[in-house]
Design a protein around this ligand. Structure first.
Ligand code: GLC
Length: 598
């Protein structure tokens, strides 16, 4: 295969060169999430693959990102799109081979892009050898102790060991059948029944994962995104638990899950107060369920940290952990634990200036208290894309998705406008930002997927009550006039692409002033030029309650989240606008960057 790579003269000697502590690359990086099934498909079978990714790497280098994070591409029966792993150390044939991976890694490094891989330690697939061995072994055996098997309650053990409910719907326990055909023990699965939870109290399990980390580090990966990092340790005794409110499908216990968690009196006071007196609103945390965020999990991160430390360069550990509040989340990124954690509090903060300002302050305070950078993220493969989410008029719990019959359908024009304004704020903030493939094209959620096409286990386990996450996972458009919009050359696509996507294809946006792609490209270039990622936020008051105004170095960022235009300050050069600006006014739902030099 041919890929245009950087000439030897501009190749870094090694991306693994060490940097001074406190200046590691990941502190300021823009990390682009690739969802391999839906990025680019080289063999035309309708599912993306590693070779497809490799062919498209130059486009990512041109965008100006620093690193890619690959969602799982290892062996898996694909019951949960690869988050059900049956072999952690081999590539699934639908995505290619290990040597394809090595080639992809080398090409990415040649283009100065770091590569982060997803690791799924909370659970395996039920097809994993370890689970098959556990099923074949007697109750109480060492093989069974790798997972969480328990006797049932009640007469004949017919009742599950506790009342926990799976994130994907239904119960969290499945009963196995003994070789003689009689019902046996139950095993725990936080997610689908095909994803049994591992027992992280077991040293053997920990040792296996240390070897898995080394397998990928030895190949040269720059770090790991750690799936469900908050679920790996369960409270001793596995006590019953009744959630106080609907918490969304990933167990988020954030303000979005419980809007009432924001103190209304504080909101009222804040609305009347001068800008400078705004309170830092902390959502009241909801007590953690006994399977999320247990303190013993920190021992695991310390062990993993020590493994990564033995490798040259700066390798990153990023936690997918739905933990509230941010001050508790920050404990995960103390200097001897993980490097950074997704800021889901930011992702789910409502699109209003008061709450946006509060969450930005809260994030910077919480993470800097432990010496870690804040991260920022607006979209990923588990949530409604922000070009739709920001215009929803009804709540959609995280992971539940939206479909044709969901209340509060988003206005697509308003959604895109808000998304562009929001991304333009996010990319000006200090710290590390995560982008999800397709957001740079302004892709909306695909709401009207045919029911027969849906594949998310959430859709099946809730019998269609929750649409699930397929709408943000549709293969992305590269070329407006090609089959499957250039996703491949056969037109096959594992989820159908909407007819309206021709105008959103990358080739329809490249070089087009004002396109979403060019907006992202400019923002990333300016972010680098003015070192915004290592800067500081200084709030500017006096713009009114619907405006976010901040200075980061020589760049002033003003975002008008309100319904009417506001006056722009006089002086300075406008270097970025999320919408066209005429005269001295900043239109509604628009962000501008102004270079001020003073
Ligand atoms: C994480 C992944 C999600 C997956 C779940 C179970 O939350 O992001 O896609 O379904 O873990 O592995």
């Amino acid at each position: 295969m041919t890929v245009e790579s950087a000439p030897d003269s501009v190749r870094p000697a090694s991306l693994a060169e060490p940097t001074i502590p406190g200046t590691e690359w990941w502190r300021t990086a823009v990390i682009y999430q690739i969802y391999p099934r839906s990025f680019a498909d080289s063999n035309g079978d309708g599912v993306g693959d590693l070779e497809g990714i490799m062919r498209r790497l130059p486009a990512l280098a041109e965008l100006g990102i620093d690193a890619i994070w690959l969602s799982p591409f290892v062996r898996s029966p694909q019951k949960d799109a690869g988050y059900d792993v049956s072999d952690y150390c081999d590539v699934d044939p639908i995505f290619g081979t290990l040597s394809d991976f090595d080639e992809l890694l080398a090409e990415a490094h040649a283009l100065r892009l770091r590569v982060i891989v997803d690791i799924v330690p909370n659970h395996t697939s039920d097809q994993h050898r370890w689970f098959q061995e556990a099923l074949a072994a007697p109750e109480g055996s060492v093989e069974r102790d790798r997972y969480i098997f328990r006797d049932g309650k009640g007469k004949n053990g017919n009742t599950p060991p506790n009342n926990w409910e799976s994130v994907f719907g239904g119960g969290m326990w499945n009963r196995v059948t003994r070789p003689d055909g009689t019902p046996g023990q139950w095993y725990l699965h936080i997610f689908d029944a095909s994803q049994p939870d591992l027992n992280w109290e077991n040293r053997w399990v920990r040792d296996q994962f240390e070897a898995i980390l080394r397998f990928w580090l030895d190949r040269g990966v720059d770090g790991f995104r750690v799936d469900v990092a908050h679920g790996m340790i369960k409270e001793a005794g596995l006590p019953d638990y009744t959630p106080p409110v609907e918490t969304g499908s990933m167990g988020g216990t954030t303000a979005i899950a419980d809007p009432a968690a924001l103190d209304p009196a504080a909101l009222d006071r804040a609305a009347l107060a001068p800008d400078s007196a705004l309170p830092k609103l902390e959502p009241k945390p909801i007590p953690s369920p006994p399977y999320w965020g247990q303190p013993a999990v920190h021992e695991i991160w310390r062990e993993w940290h020590r493994v990564l430390e033995q490798y040259p360069g700066d390798r990153v550990l990023c936690a997918e952990a739905w933990v509230d509040p941010l001050s508790k989340m920050a404990l995960w990124v103390r200097p001897d634990e993980m490097s950074q954690a997704f800021n889901f509090d930011y992702m789910f903060t409502e699109w209003n200036a008061l709450e946006q300002r509060a969450v930005i302050d809260r994030s910077i305070d919480a993470f800097s208290a432990v010496g870690a950078p804040s991260t920022w993220v607006l979209s990923n493969h588990d949530v409604v894309r922000h070009a739709s989410r920001l215009a929803l008029t009804a709540e959609s719990p995280q992971g539940a998705g939206i479909g044709p019959s969901s209340p509060g359908q988003p206005d697509p024009v308003l959604g895109l406008r808000r998304a562009r304004a929001a991304s333009s704020v996010m990319l000006a903030l200090p710290g590390s930002s995560y982008l999800y493939q397709g957001e740079e094209l302004g892709l909306p959620e695909v709401i009207d997927l045919p029911d027969a096409a849906r594949q998310d286990p959430t859709w099946f386990r809730t019998r269609g009550e929750k649409y699930g996450r397929d709408g943000c996972r549709v293969p992305i458009p590269w070329e407006s006039d090609a089959p499957a919009y250039g996703f491949n050359d056969t037109g096959a696509s594992w989820l159908p692409q909407p007819d309206e996507w021709a105008t959103l294809a990358r080739d329809a946006q490249v070089g087009v002033p004002g396109s979403t792609l060019e907006l992202y490209r400019s923002a990333l270039a300016l972010r680098r030029e003015f070192a915004l990622a290592s800067g500081m936020v200084e709030w500017l008051d006096g713009y009114g309650p619907h405006v976010l105004a901040l200075r980061n170095g020589v760049v002033t960022v003003i975002a008008n989240l309100g319904p009417i235009a506001v006056e722009l300050p006089v002086g300075g050069d406008i270097i970025l606008t999320s919408e066209k600006i005429t005269g001295g006014a900043l239109p509604s739902e628009t962000t501008v960057w102004i270079r001020t030099d003073s």
